[in-house]
Every structure is written in C-alpha cells, then in structure tokens.
Design a protein around this ligand. Sequence first.
Ligand SMILES: C[S@@+](CC[C@H](N)C(=O)[O-])C[C@H]1O[C@@H](n2cnc3c(N)ncnc32)[C@H](O)[C@@H]1O
Length: 274
Amino acid sequence: MAASSRNQSKSGMLVFDEEAGRKLEALYLTDEAVARRQALRQGLQLSPGECGLYIGSGPGLAPCDIARELGPTGRLAVVEKNATMLTLTERRAARDGLLDRLDLREGDAEALPFPDGVFDFVGSAQVFEYVPDVARAVAEAFRVLRPGARAALLDTDWQTLIWHAEDADLGARVAAAWDGHLAHNHLPRHLKLLLSRTGFRVERVEPFVILNTDEGPNAFSTMLLHIVADYVRGTGQLSPVEVDTWVADIRHQIGRGSYFFSLNYYLFVAHKPD
Ligand SMILES: C[S@@+](CC[C@H](N)C(=O)[O-])C[C@H]1O[C@@H](n2cnc3c(N)ncnc32)[C@H](O)[C@@H]1O
C-alpha cells in the first residue's frame, strides 16, 4: 500500500471527511440507495414508539428515515465513529425536525456506549465491513438488544462487482486497489456464522442488487465512479493516467450501449432469543 493520501487513513481505509460526506450524500440520494435503505427498514419491521440503535450514521439519511418511521414517541440512538458524519447527521435531523427523536453519540461499533438489553432493534448498513474486529461488533450488537429483539445488518460483497470495461486487467487492478478502502471486502459470506456463533437466530438472508445498464447523471454507479477513481488515484497503486484510462473505458461502454454495473449487498435479519 502506498503512502496514505487525503482520502485515506494510515491503514488505507476511506476517510469519511466533509468532502467524502458530500459525495456520499449524492450517492445516497440516488434511487438505488433509497431502495437499499428501504430494504433495511423492511428487515427491521419498525413499529411506532420503539427504541432502537443505528450503527454508523454516514451523512444521516438512514437514521432520519428510521426516526421518521418510529414517530414522535420513538427514539433512535445513533453511534458513529466519525465526528464529521455525526455533524452532518445532526444538521440533517435538525433540518427535518427529528432531532428530539435521536440520541447522537460519537463512538465505535466495537464498544457500544450502552448498557445490556436496552434496545428493541439494532440496524446497520455498510458499516460492519469497515470494522476491524467484526466479531466484537456483532457481540456488542447482541449485548445491547433486549431478549426477543431483532437486528438487521446489510453489507457488501465487493467480489460480486461487475463494472464492464474493455480492458478487464485494468478493471481488475482498479478493483483490487479499491478493496483497500474497507476492512472486509466480502463480509456477507461470514456474517451468518458470526451471527449464529454470537447467539443470534438468523431468520433470513436476502440479496439486494444494484444494477445499472445506463450511466445516467443520477445513477448510483455514476456517483460511485468518482469516489472509486479518487480513492484509487490516492493509493498510488495505479498511475493517474491508468485511472483516467479506466474511467474513459467505463464511459466508452455508454456510447456502445454496453454499460453494465452490478453489485450485490446482503441483508441479514436475526433476533436475540427470549
Ligand atoms: C459507507 S458509510 C454507510 C453510512 C450509512 N450506514 C448508510 O448506509 O447510509 C459507513 C459509515 O460507518 C462509519 N463507521 C465506520 N467504522 C465504524 C465503527 N467502527 N463504528 C461506528 N461507525 C463506523 C463511517 O464513519 C461511515 O459514516
């Protein structure tokens, strides 16, 4: 791994700073990301008035969606490692009039700042894949749930990524460099076992696929292309010319009618036995 750049931590992981927050916000406002958040909420089966925990707020869209569904008597605690993301979440919640339903905390999924058995549900999307000690994070989620309560976790298998490019070798090198942006690039394969070993009863595992066969201005992969290209440039594993060549190759597929982006996420719905 090359020396870390502005958009990377020392370990190479993506840094969620103000600029990353803005890019993530644009990505998360796409129809595909809205549907992905909806899939998580459906997994959680929320009822008004419940008290839950959301781990890893990002720019705040997901916690605000959940808080809205919980209604005025519901409460959602939010634990987010990154202060900038927490500020973006606070701003969004204030704008949406939801701040009084939220308990925003800077903290780590590996050490949740709550007592045992207090929540009706725990939700998290694309966060455990960033957590180095993911078994500990799963155990923490289990600990803070009351008996009978449920968890819905959604994570990405980056090894399912298809982003069609003429130069497949170059595409594979970009994907390999991008893999450094998180701690576990194919966590879903291990999550069912991790959940069961921790004591969860896993009820269902479902794929959620994002598929773009056109690269419109508001398509999910259009936004992601900038994020991936910037990150990979920063790794120094490919030269800037190689990264630009890859982007041009992807874009070239649009004109040919052969644009193809596909990526699988997996939703795990489980509960803590009574
Ligand atoms: C890819 S974003 C997903 C945001 C949000 N869950 C969503 O889907 O809209 C990952 C988020 O998890 C946060 N995060 C990463 N590691 C974390 C940890 N160990 N504990 C809490 N939050 C973490 C990051 O700061 C970032 O805000």
